[in-house]
Ligand binder design. Structure first.
Ligand SMILES: CC(C)(COP(=O)(O)OP(=O)(O)OC[C@H]1O[C@@H](n2cnc3c(N)ncnc32)[C@H](O[C@H]2O[C@H](COP(=O)(O)OP(=O)(O)OP(=O)(O)O)[C@@H](O)[C@H]2O)[C@@H]1O)[C@@H](O)C(=O)NCCC(=O)NCCS
Ligand SMILES: Nc1ncnc2[nH]cnc12
Length: 293
């Protein structure tokens, strides 16, 4: 006999199933988002399946190998989230993922920022799929509630380009973004992605390009600071903002304009790697929180 309580449980499980995939699928979804980020063009200064942007030491193959190598670790982070692990355990898995990335790329840093941010979102998706948190909470909010103290108290990398840029320019970088629940994803990336996905559903790449430019226009990207200082960051913000304010991908000829901005970043050796990571995170959150998928 089905009781009212069982019916209520069934309804709540169905509602969660609509927005929460199986824990075992989370790593594969995350890796797919990394590949979708790569296969987005034009992305100012960044590597894609079309060209290497402002980079001489990596290409699309390097990024594909990196994404494949870190996928099992992204899944381990999801499993750890489902087991209610704390930041100490997540950090150990994150460092093992970084090691796997460096082995796969022969020492090139392709995805350190993505391992950190996307990894935390995978752990949050695991916690949500495992029923440890309110299923209505966004993934960013789960990260903020469960791990923000551990994120901010974690050991500082003394020798990364990012930490040098943060010391010199007092930028917040990847940790601040994560500890605050990924405001750039929720306030900038997702609205831009969904605006275009709604208007032009057949061109998913256009939606990713719009989200990428919107992110570059506002993120305090430590990679841009590392390569171009304040002037480089300002140039990137202004160029991307100009593209979005002129109508972005809704205006005919947008690809040519986007390509010329891409060329102007390459001419200055600028690379917004943090915004690329945030694009992958935007795609991941969209895959988990879009009610109609
Ligand atoms: C906590 C860490 C993230 C520490 O890293 P770091 O001290 O370096 O901190 P950040 O500068 O804040 O950023 C780290 C990377 O995050 C990306 N990023 C930059 N700005 C932002 C931002 N505003 N918001 C979010 N994310 C951001 C960016 O990653 C991308 O760039 C990388 C390429 O960098 P690099 O090699 O330096 O640059 P190149 O230009 O290629 O070098 P050259 O050619 O000039 O030589 C690439 O990885 C992209 O992903 C920042 O680099 C974290 O690393 C840490 O502590 N990890 C330990 C594990 C852990 O705690 N994990 C938690 C659970 S998963
Ligand atoms: N496509 C890309 N190009 C350069 N740096 C990146 N970091 C993450 N994705 C990137």
């Amino acid at each position: 006999m089905i009781t009212a309580a069982m019916r209520g449980l069934e309804r709540s499980v169905q509602r969660r199933a609509r927005i929460t995939p199986d824990v075992s699928a989370i790593g594969a979804i995350a890796a797919r988002c990394l590949v979708e980020e790569l296969e987005t063009w034009p992305k100012p200064g960044l590597v894609s399946h079309i060209d290497n942007g402002s980079h001489v030491d990596m290409d699309a193959g390097t990024f594909r190998r990196s994404a494949a190598a870190i996928e099992p670790h992204l899944q381990r982070l999801a499993d750890a989230g489902a087991r209610a692990c704390g930041m100490g355990r997540l950090r150990i898995i994150g460092l093992e993922a970084e090691h796997a990335m460096f082995v796969a790329t022969s020492g090139v840093n392709t995805h350190r920022g993505a391992i950190f941010g996307l990894g935390l979102l995978c752990a949050a998706a695991g916690a949500r799929a495992g029923g440890l948190v309110d299923p209505e909470l966004s993934l960013g909010e789960v990260v903020r509630r469960l791990w923000s103290d551990g994120i901010l108290d974690g050991p500082v990398l003394l020798h990364s380009h990012g930490s040098a840029a943060r010391r010199r320019f007092h930028a917040g970088g990847a940790r601040t973004e994560a500890a605050n629940g990924f405001p750039s994803v929720y306030r900038i990336g997702l609205p831009a992605l969904r605006r275009v996905a709604h208007a032009v559903p057949e061109d998913t790449e256009a939606a990713r390009v719009e989200a990428c430019f919107a992110l570059i226009a506002s993120v305090e990207d430590t990679n841009l600071l590392h390569r171009g200082g304040f002037d480089g960051l300002r140039f990137a913000h202004d160029a991307a903002r100009c593209f979005i304010d002129a109508g972005g991908v809704s205006v005919p000829g947008w690809r040519t304009r986007a390509q010329s901005i891409h060329d102007s970043f390459v001419a200055r050796r600028l690379s917004p790697g943090g915004s690329a990571d945030l694009l992958a995170m935007t795609l991941f959150v969209d895959a988990h929180e879009s009610p109609c998928r």
